[in-house]
Design a protein around this ligand. Structure first.
Ligand code: FES
Length: 80
């Protein structure tokens, strides 16, 4: 199981966390990976100026925008 945590604190929200969340959710459906990917919202990760902040398992990834989600998903989720 791969756990994707997306910060939904206010700073990340303003930077488009909701779009990032939607983009990951769409990819999980597109690649039929519901059984192996768990997506959740996270509280502020303390790195608000680097948002959107996400975590894939224990790896923190900063400055995520919805345009980067596909590459991250292919690399960090499908590439495992
Ligand atoms: S709101 Fe996302 S790191 Fe603070």
């Amino acid at each position: 199981m791969v756990k994707i945590s997306i910060c939904i604190g206010s700073a990340c929200h303003l930077r488009g966390a909701h779009n990032v969340l939607n983009a990951f959710t769409s990819l999980v459906e597109k690649y039929d990976t519901q059984a192996v990917v768990d997506i959740e919202g996270n509280f502020c990760q303390g790195r608000c100026t680097e948002g959107v902040v996400i975590k894939i398992d224990d790896e923190v990834i900063t400055n995520v925008s919805k345009d980067k989600v596909h590459d991250i998903f292919v690399d960090k989720v499908l590439g495992r």
